[in-house]
Design a protein around this ligand. Structure first.
Ligand SMILES: Cc1cc2nc3c(=O)[nH]c(=O)nc-3n(C[C@H](O)[C@H](O)[C@H](O)COP(=O)(O)OP(=O)(O)OC[C@H]3O[C@@H](n4cnc5c(N)ncnc54)[C@H](O)[C@@H]3O)c2cc1C
Length: 443
């Protein structure tokens, strides 16, 4: 029997790896693909519903995005909405909630009013809400004991669009759809930790506990571990990884939809927000915090050693950290986020932040959510000595790609998968069914 050589091997069964498997299976003539996942199921790490904010980022209420970035994110998110349109289990994957970003105080209100003028051309359903209108949708954001809160408030809101996703269910559906494509060999192998990838004479050898998998091309979508595997092969050595964990807190149900706050533009991480948890009815979830943490995977102590390997500490990494710490807003924010993890203190401190969203919340209402939260693998570009914000890709041009996907990586999973699909199809000399993609995903 000849040993199987796959056309594509994908490492990582999160929402990004499964999105790529779906794109390759459905929209190319590549007909044998294997996905290797180290755990016994899909989406157990950052794509799990407990570990991210479940937001379909569309760019309309994220005040840290420029109009250009917001337009790109909008198109990427639309692919997810379009993909789910014909799925029988759509109601378990994607959800409609009102969403808004609130400005509190004159400065933030002025900022949102100005933003509305430039963003409404791209986001036709964006509305500018005054205090009374906000109170109709989210009474707890505006009212304290039946009275209006004293500060000026406005909101930018989108009230009737899909705004939340269970990215775990989305990953499951990608895998299901890919495996129903007829006449193709699409496999998922669980409990297959890829320890090393070797490249020899035009083939890649992926070493797992269950044996070595051979493939003509490889895409690694393994979060921070993508960088580890890249660096083992001598790629991406000019990057270091700064893992930023996010924790969450629960309160009783105080919000009807997603309520974001205005981003401090000196801070590289999203401001705290509150929203319904699609997996925990009757509660509101607040977060995420942003804690620099020495682990590539939350709650996996083994990943401390992996972190040390990808940190590649040198003077350039220290310079980036030093530059971050020099900005007082960032320094205070980093310290505050450390304190958010200190039992006893954390609820009290966090309460101060979430009262910006719901001013009547009391200490007894706020509960730390143990076991919730993931890690954003933020990269440090050592050559340019900067902390990179969005997704990063390493493409040495030899038929292997490595993806590192912090937020909004889950919302952009299909867009990123389309990019990878084009690169891999091109490398293998295979065809992409572009007309079908345009018809199904870019309506
Ligand atoms: C606190 C927080 C909030 C977030 N909120 C949002 C949000 O609201 N909206 C949004 O769009 N994005 C959000 N994100 C980002 C989003 O979660 C990620 O972009 C997305 O889940 C990344 O998907 P992935 O498939 O690349 O990675 P993951 O979901 O982490 O999957 C990687 C997979 O690779 C596997 N793996 C790792 N190493 C190996 C190996 N050596 N061999 C085999 N398998 C391996 C892992 O087990 C895992 O299954 C958030 C992230 C965090 C941390």
């Amino acid at each position: 029997m000849t040993e199987q050589i796959y056309q594509v091997a994908i490492v990582g069964g999160g929402v990004c790896g499964t999105a790529l498997m779906y794109m390759l299976a459905e929209y190319t003539d590549i007909d044998d693909i294997i996905l290797l996942e180290k755990y016994d199921g899909l989406a157990k790490v950052n794509s799990n519903g407990r570990n991210n904010s479940q937001t379909l980022h569309c760019g309309d209420i994220e005040t840290n995005y420029t109009l250009e970035k917001a337009t790109k994110v909008k198109n990427a998110a639309a692919m997810v909405v379009n993909y789910t349109e014909t799925l029988p289990k759509r109601d378990h994957i994607i959800f409609k909630y009102p969403k808004m970003v609130i400005g509190v105080g004159q400065k933030e209100c002025d900022q949102l009013r100005a933003r509305f003028e430039s963003f409404k051309t791209v986001f036709a359903s964006l509305e500018l809400l005054e205090k009374e209108q906000i109170a109709e949708i989210e009474p707890n954001v505006i009212l304290i004991d039946g009275e209006m809160r004293p500060e000026p408030c406005v909101a930018l809101a989108v009230l009737d669009e899909h705004s939340a996703v269970d990215f775990n269910q989305l990953a499951e559906s990608f895998a299901e759809q890919a495996q129903t494509v007829v006449d193709k060999n699409i496999q998922i192998q669980f409990n297959s930790h890829v320890g090393k990838i070797k490249e020899s004479e035009g083939l890649f050898y992926l070493e797992t506990e269950l044996g070595t998998i051979k493939a003509k091309s490889v895409v690694v979508s393994a979060g921070g571990h993508s960088l580890l595997l890249a660096q083992q092969m001598g790629y991406g050595l000019s990057f270091s990884c700064l893992p930023v964990a996010g924790s969450f807190y629960f309160t009783p149900k105080v919000l009807n939809g997603k309520v974001y706050t205005v981003q401090n533009d000196k801070l590289p991480f999203a401001a705290v927000h509150g929203d319904p948890d699609v997996l925990v009815p009757g509660k509101t979830r607040f977060g995420p915090t942003a804690l620099i943490t020495p682990m590539l995977e939350r709650y996996n102590r083994q990943s401390f050693f992996d972190f040390l390997r990808v940190l590649r500490l040198d003077s350039r990494v220290v310079k980036v950290m030093w530059d971050l710490m020099k900005v007082s807003d960032i320094r205070n924010y980093i310290f505050k986020n450390f304190l958010f993890e200190v039992p006893g203190l954390r609820r009290w401190l966090f309460l101060k932040d979430v009262r910006k969203v719901v001013p009547s919340l009391q200490l007894k209402d706020v509960r730390f959510a143990p076991g919730y939260g993931g890690v954003r693998p933020q990269l440090i570009d050592k050559e340019n000595k900067v902390l990179m914000m969005g997704e990063a890709k390493i493409n040495p041009g030899t038929g292997i790609l490595f993806n590192m996907t912090p937020s909004p990586g889950a919302s952009s999973c299909l867009e990123n998968a389309q990019l990878d699909m084009n690169l891999i199809a091109d490398f293998l000399g295979k065809n992409v069914h572009q007309e079908k993609i345009d018809r199904c995903l870019h309506k």
